[in-house]
Design a protein around this ligand. Sequence first.
Ligand SMILES: Nc1nc2c(c(=O)[nH]1)N[C@H]1C(S)=C(S)[C@@H](COP(=O)(O)OP(=O)(O)OC[C@H]3O[C@@H](n4cnc5c(=O)[nH]c(N)nc54)[C@H](O)[C@@H]3O)O[C@H]1N2
Ligand SMILES: Nc1nc2c(c(=O)[nH]1)N[C@H]1C(S)=C(S)[C@@H](COP(=O)(O)OP(=O)(O)OC[C@H]3O[C@@H](n4cnc5c(=O)[nH]c(N)nc54)[C@H](O)[C@@H]3O)O[C@H]1N2
Ligand code: SF4
Ligand SMILES: [Mo]
Length: 738
Amino acid sequence: MAIKLPFADLLHQRDGRYTREMLLSPGGFGLGVVPDRSKPDATTPMTCGFCSTGCSLNIHLQDGAAVGLTPNTNYPVNLGMACPKGWEALNVLNSSERATTPLLRNQKGHLEPVSWDVAMGAFCSRFKQIQRDHGPESVAWLGTGQLATEELALLGAVAKFGMGMIHGDGNTRQCMATAVVAYKQSFGFDAPPYTYQDFEESDCMIFVGANVCIAHPILWERVMRNKRKPEIIVVDPRRTETAMNATQHLAIRPKSDLALFYGLAHILIENDWIDHDYIADHTNGFEEFAAHVKQFTPEIVAERTGLTVESLHRVARTIHERPRVSFWWTMGVNQSYEGVRAAQSLINLALITGNMGRPGTGANSITGQCNAMGSRLFSNTTGLLGGRDFTKAEDRATVANLLKIDVDRIPSVNSWAYPEILEGILAGKIKGLWVVATNPVHSWINQNQCRDILDRLDFLVVQDMYSTTETAREADLVLPAAAWGEKDGTFINSERRIGVIKKVSPAPGQALADFQIMRLVAHHWGCESLFREWRSPEDAFQILKRLSAGQPCDFTAIKDYQHLDNEGGIQWPCVAGASGGSAQSSEFTQRRLFEDGRYYHADGKAKLLFEMPRPMPEPPTKDYPMILLTGRGTAVQWHTQTRTGKSAVLNKLSPESIYVEVNPRDAREAGIQPHEWIAVESQRGRVRARAFVTNTVQPGQVFIPMHYDTANQLTDAVFDPYSRQPSYKACAVRIVRI
Ligand SMILES: Nc1nc2c(c(=O)[nH]1)N[C@H]1C(S)=C(S)[C@@H](COP(=O)(O)OP(=O)(O)OC[C@H]3O[C@@H](n4cnc5c(=O)[nH]c(N)nc54)[C@H](O)[C@@H]3O)O[C@H]1N2
Ligand SMILES: Nc1nc2c(c(=O)[nH]1)N[C@H]1C(S)=C(S)[C@@H](COP(=O)(O)OP(=O)(O)OC[C@H]3O[C@@H](n4cnc5c(=O)[nH]c(N)nc54)[C@H](O)[C@@H]3O)O[C@H]1N2
Ligand code: SF4
Ligand SMILES: [Mo]
C-alpha cells in the first residue's frame, strides 16, 4: 500500500527507528518506542485517548500493527482495569466516516476531495488574504485537550509565532478553565495537587458535582479499593450513580454550592474545628474569610440549599473527625457562572482544616479529557508555553530564548477566551477560524447562536479524524487527521502523570498526524525555519522539557519516551536531584504537591478567596418553571459521540436516542408517560426527547445528557466572569407533551 507522500522530506527518519512500512504507511509518525517485532506476541503500552484518568492499555501487535488490546496490569493508574471506552479504543478507528483526504468547498458549495498541496494552498492564501485585509488578529484558532502535548505546543507556536495570530483558545475553556483560574489565584500556579493513591488513602472523600462512576469509572475503582472505611459524601442535585454509592448524599439545589461550602466553613470555624497552625503558616486572608462566612449560618444555608441543618452539621463533623479528608470536584463546579469562587470555597475548606499535602487529602479538581492537563500548560492560548504569561516581558524573553526565535514574534497581549473569539466573529473582527479536534457546533453553549456565529466566517477550517462531525460539515476546508493509535506523543492525566501514545495503526488514506499537519502548515506558510527543531514528536518533547525548566511543572529529569514507558508514566514535577528526580523507580510512581506547605505565590502562602453568591442568571419562571441540568449520560458515551458512536459494542450499551430525566411527580402533573416523546423548551430552542421518568432528578429539575446533538439548543450562554467557562448546568426550561 505504498502511497506517495508529496512531502516525504517533512518526515524525518530518526536513528533508523522507523521501519520502511511505518514510514510509507499513510499518516502518523513511526513508533517512538519500538516494540520487539520479532516476537509474534509483542505488546506495547500506551495511554488511553478518552478520559483524563489516563489508563494504560497494552496494545497487542502483529507485524507491528495493532490487533487488539488489554488493560496494563503494571501501570500505577489503572492496575489492570479499563472501562468499555478503553476496550473499544481501537475499534472506533475503522469507520467509513473517517476523513481520508482534504476536502475543499467548491463553487457549488460542496466539499470536494483535493490533494494536500491544494488544501495547503487554500489554507495559506485564504488566511493570509484575511490577515492582509483585517489585520493578523482576524484569524484565530480553537484547539482541544485531546491532542498530544507536542501537537498542542506546535499548533500554538505555529499559529502565534509563525502565522502571527493573537487569539486562540480551546475546548478546555468548556471544561477546566475554572479550575485553572481557581488554582492560579489560590495557589499561584495551575497545580492539581493529588496523586491517585489518595483515593485509597483518604478517610473521607467529598465529591462535588462529579459523577465519577460514569465519567471516571476507573478512578471509582480506585475509591472502591480504599480499605480505611471512608466516608463518601456526594454533593449533586441528582441522585447519580455516584450518589447512590455514597454514605451521605447532599442533593443540593442547583448552584447553591457556594452557600453550602461557606456554611460548612462557618460551622467548622464556630466549633474551632480548624487547623490554626496551618492557617497561620501557609495561608493569607483568614480573618477576612472568617468574617465573610459568619453570615452563612446553618439556618440560612439550609434554606438556600434545600438541605437540613442536621445534614450540614453531620458533614462538618465528619470533616472534623476524619484525619484525612479530600475534596474532589468536576463539572458541577467548573461549569457555573460562579465556578471559580465555588472551586475556591472547596480549596478554602481544605486549607483551613489543614487537609493539604498529606496522603488522602487535598483540594482536587478532576480533569476531563485525556490531555486537558497538557493543554493547560502548553497550548499557548491564554497562557504562554510552560504555564507562563504573555503580558510579562521576562516570560516572553525566556520563551524566545529557549525556542531561538525573535522575541517580537511573541504577542505581548493575552488571547481572547473562546466566548470572546465568538463575540469577535459576531463583531466582524475575526473572519477566519481554524478548529482542531473539537466539535463546537455540537458542544458549545446555545447552539443556534453558535451556528449563526460560525456561519459569518469567511473561511472555516476543521481538522478532524472524521469528515462528518457537525462542525466539519460546516467547514470550507476539512483537514483529515490521524487519530489516537495512529501517531506518537504524550498526554498528561489528572494527577499530572505524563504518559506516552504511539502509532500502532496506519492512518486511513491521506490522513496525517496533527503534528505533521502543523509542520505542513508551517512549510506552506513560509515559517518552517522557526520550527526546524520540531522534527518529530519526540524532538518536540525535548523542547517541552526545556520550556518546563524552572517552572512548577518542571519535568527536565524525564529522559525520553522510553523512560516514561519504563516508569509507568511520570508525574510533574520531576527535577534532577529533587524529590522524584533520582534514578530510583519507586520515587517516580506517586507524588503529591505541597507536602512542605509551600505554595507558588511569592510569600509561599495560599490565598483564601471568596465572594458573595449571586442569583442564577436564568432562574425558573412561570413560563419556564424547571431547571435543566446537563452532563454525561453513560460510561460508554464520549462527548459529541463522533468516536464512541462508531463502536457497535458501545452503541449497544447506550440509549439509542436522546432522553430527558423527569421526576415522577412532574411527569404525573404534566400527564407524561414513561418513554413518551416530549418537548423540552427554553427561551432559545425546542428539543424532542424521550421522557425517562426517574427519581434521580428532583421535582422541578430535568437532566439531558450532552451526547445528543440537540442538547445545547437549550442552554444559555452565560459564563464565569474570571474563567469565562460556560455555565452549562443550569437554565430555565419547560416540558410539554407533543
Ligand atoms: N463516559 C464519559 N466519561 C467522560 C466524559 C464523557 O463524555 N463520557 N467526558 C470527560 C470530560 S471532558 C469531563 S469534563 C468529565 C466530566 O465529569 P463530571 O463533571 O463528573 O460529569 P458531568 O455529568 O458533566 O457533571 C457532573 C455532575 O454535576 C452535577 N451538577 C449539575 N449542576 C450542579 C450544581 O449546581 N452543583 C453541584 N454540586 N453539582 C451539579 C450534575 O448533576 C452531574 O451529575 O468527564 C470525562 N469523562
Ligand atoms: N450541555 C453541555 N455541553 C457540554 C458539556 C456539558 O456538560 N453539557 N461539557 C463540555 C465539556 S466538559 C467538554 S470537554 C466539551 C467537549 O466538546 P468537544 O470537544 O466538541 O467534543 P468531542 O466530541 O470530544 O470533540 C472532539 C473532536 O475531535 C475529533 N478528534 C478526536 N481525536 C482527534 C485527533 O487526534 N485529531 C483531530 N484533529 N481530531 C480528533 C473528534 O472526532 C471530535 O470531532 O463539551 C462541552 N459541552
Ligand atoms: S477510564 Fe478513561 S482512561 Fe480509563 S479506559 Fe476508560 S476512558 Fe480510558
Ligand atoms: Mo470536559
